[in-house]
Design a protein around this ligand. Structure first.
Ligand SMILES: C[S@@+](CC[C@H](N)C(=O)[O-])C[C@H]1O[C@@H](n2cnc3c(N)ncnc32)[C@H](O)[C@@H]1O
Length: 300
């Protein structure tokens, strides 16, 4: 088979990836990061962009589905629920919640226009546009009426929001009394006391935060996280770390499944390959991963 000619589009993409991944001074906007990843799909049968929940999963697609299911189960999704899903990526999570939990309606908000277009087309192909309404919009300024939804979900995206606290306030506003919020989120681990390990923790967090457009206002560990949910007005708080079922098993899976890297842009695959040379314990030493749930006070 003859090779495709190198185009201007390839050149622009390569410069974009080089700048994003290897320029230490580059601070990318969240939309430009996801625009770069528009044609990249590390998964095989889905287009998820999350790290997955690996308790039982054997593939990346299954691990991503498992994380979506975990969030749905923690939210106790029911057939009468009106869901607001923020940061929906390419919409896979909404299709799964729809299929498996049969809620009344899902409205989605995503700040990246290129993803919204693809996700809307995927939903339309399944003839679900009446049930799953995916729109361009921000989790920090929701075009949603007060007290109009039963559940707010944010799957691996709240770390991007400017700021996560504004999102908590917005979630409280749009939820009905008794409504539930569930967030799967990346945060820093509390720093160890001193020495090389502390330096490494700071370094790994700073690298992730700079590459993935995480504002410094969102860099606080699990205890303040819970306090900020409470300060926003939420009750029945449950915030737990699920990091052991995320980072280490993902790292092991990527090391033994080069076909996943082969699905990425070559420059991204190179960066991931270099990162995988570092042991998981070190590579993720600064990163926690939490599953958080909370309820808006008042009678449903
Ligand atoms: C890591 S991706 C996760 C996507 C999807 N939840 C998944 O698991 O495949 C983060 C998502 O958050 C979205 N996002 C970032 N900031 C946002 C904001 N302020 N409001 C809504 N969505 C946002 C991005 O466009 C992207 O779709």
């Amino acid at each position: 088979m003859s090779k495709r000619a190198y185009s201007w589009r390839d050149l622009v993409a390569n410069v974009g990836f080089l700048n994003w991944l290897f320029n230490p001074l580059q601070r990318s906007d969240v939309r430009s990061v996801y625009d770069l990843l528009l044609d990249q799909s590390p998964c095989e049968r889905t287009r998820y962009l999350n790290l997955g929940y690996w308790e039982q999963a054997q593939t990346l697609d299954d691990a991503c589905d498992a994380l979506v299911r975990l969030v749905g189960e923690r939210a106790g999704l029911e057939p009468d629920d009106q869901i607001l899903d923020v940061g929906f990526g390419f919409g896979d999570q909404d299709l799964l919640w729809w299929r498996e939990f049969h809620p009344k309606r899902i409205k989605g908000l995503n700040i990246t226009a290129s993803q919204v277009a693809v996700a809307r087309e995927r939903v339309a192909r399944q003839e679900l546009t009446q049930q799953i309404d995916l729109q361009l919009g921000s989790a920090t300024a929701m075009p949603v009426a007060a007290q109009s939804v039963d559940v707010v979900l944010a799957l691996e995206c709240a770390f991007h929001f400017r700021t996560r606290e504004r999102f908590f306030a917005e979630a409280l506003r749009v939820l009905r009394p008794g409504g539930r919020l569930v967030v799967a989120d990346i945060i820093p681990l509390p720093l160890v006391d001193a020495g090389r390990a502390r330096w490494m923790q700071r370094g790994t967090w700073t690298l992730v935060a700079s590459k993935f457009a995480i504002p410094k206002e969102n860099a606080y560990p699990i205890c303040p996280y819970q306090e900020k949910l409470a300060a926003a007005g939420f009750g029945q708080l449950r915030v737990e770390s699920i990091r052991d079922q995320v980072y280490v098993p993902l790292h092991a899976h990527l090391r033994t499944h080069p076909e996943i890297l082969a699905r990425m842009h070559p420059l991204l695959a190179l960066a991931v390959r270099l990162a995988l040379k570092v042991e998981a314990k070190t590579l993720f030493s600064g990163l926690d991963y939490v599953l958080a749930s909370a309820v808006k006070p008042g009678d449903a």
